[in-house]
Design a protein around this ligand. Structure first.
Ligand code: ADP
Ligand code: MG
Length: 289
């Protein structure tokens, strides 16, 4: 595979259940994603989008087929190595926020660093840097429950970002937000792509959001189909991962096990710069939600 592919998935198949209740959710999907790309995975509810994303993100394993991440074949790695790879390379932004309610905003954001074994002081420095970037520094000590929907989703983005991931996976990231707040969240994600080169893989029903991505992958009945073959008229609420076991990013993070703690010195530094990533003109909209 080419060196700048972050994800190279081949012939993925995934079924749920067995016997007469077996359901083939993915029937042979291949997909390559280059570093720095923005890719939308689009399709009706039940078409297999979340299943595909979970396989690409190493949150679940395919029945058939292979996934390489940054040139590493997932099948060849131990569970612990997979957890470390996921924690190091990926960030997650899902429709439900999956924040720990009675824990501070800062502690929610630095959870991946804790899992990675980064020392407390470094965690807090990096966590505050990210909160500054998302204009949430003043909320650092607040409980996550006290925030608005838009603020919560910014905290989720902060948690996704704190590890300097190569890829952010977003599953219906604006699904629970009003239009204006959703637009702020979208703008943040695309700014992260532009300014930090973070690859975005976004599962969405939203055609406007899909259209902002470099590339749209259309899924129907567990297969990739040409764009014209899908008319995304289905606006059924998509219960993100409500069927699959491994969809909770916190939970995903909790799987990541202990790191050596020193593998990524950039955690402690400030590679992202401290400037805010939120478009000034829209900040108030996000805060108002
Ligand atoms: N754990 C599971 N057990 C049984 N069926 C599942 C499970 N997870 C997903 N499915 C089924 O697989 C299909 C694809 O699900 P999913 O990938 O979540 O679709 P999408 O994200 O496109 O709405 C759906 O029909 C769903 O009901
Ligand atoms: Mg889904």
């Amino acid at each position: 595979m080419s060196a700048d592919l972050v994800i190279d998935a081949r012939d993925l198949e995934k079924s749920y259940g067995s016997g007469s209740s077996r359901f083939d959710a993915l029937k042979g999907v291949s997909l390559q994603i280059a570093a720095g790309e923005t890719v939308a995975i689009v399709g009706k509810s039940g078409s297999g989008k979340s299943t595909l994303m979970h396989l690409l993100a190493l949150l679940d394993e395919p029945d058939e087929g292979t996934v390489q991440v940054a040139g590493k074949e997932a099948k060849a790695l131990s569970r612990r190595e997979i957890n470390e790879l996921r924690n190091k390379e990926f960030g997650f932004v899902f429709q439900q926020f999956f924040l720990t309610p009675n824990v501070s905003v800062l502690d929610n954001v630095i959870l991946p660093l804790k899992i990675a074994g980064i020392r407390n002081k470094q965690r807090r420095v990096r966590g505050m840097e990210v909160l500054n970037q998302l204009e949430l520094a003043d909320k650092a000590d607040k409980k996550a429950t006290t925030l608005s929907g838009g603020q919560k989703q910014r905290v989720v983005i902060g948690r996704a970002l704190v590890n300097n991931p190569r890829v952010i996976f977003a599953d219906e990231p604006t699904g629970n937000l009003d239009t204006a707040t959703g637009a702020v969240v979208e703008d943040i994600l695309f700014a992260l792509n532009r300014e930090q080169g973070i690859t975005l893989v976004i599962v969405t029903h939203d055609e406007d959001l899909a259209a902002r991505c470099d590339r749209q992958i259309y899924i129907r009945d567990g297969l990739i189909v040409p764009g014209g073959a899908i008319h995304s008229t289905d606006h059924t609420t998509d219960h993100v991962g409500s069927h699959t076991g491994a969809h909770n990013p916190t939970h995903a993070a909790a799987h990541t096990g202990a790191h050596s703690g020193t593998h990524n010195p950039s955690h402690a530094g400030a590679p992202t710069g401290a400037h805010a990533i939120i478009p000034a003109s829209t900040t108030s909209v996000g805060d108002a939600s």
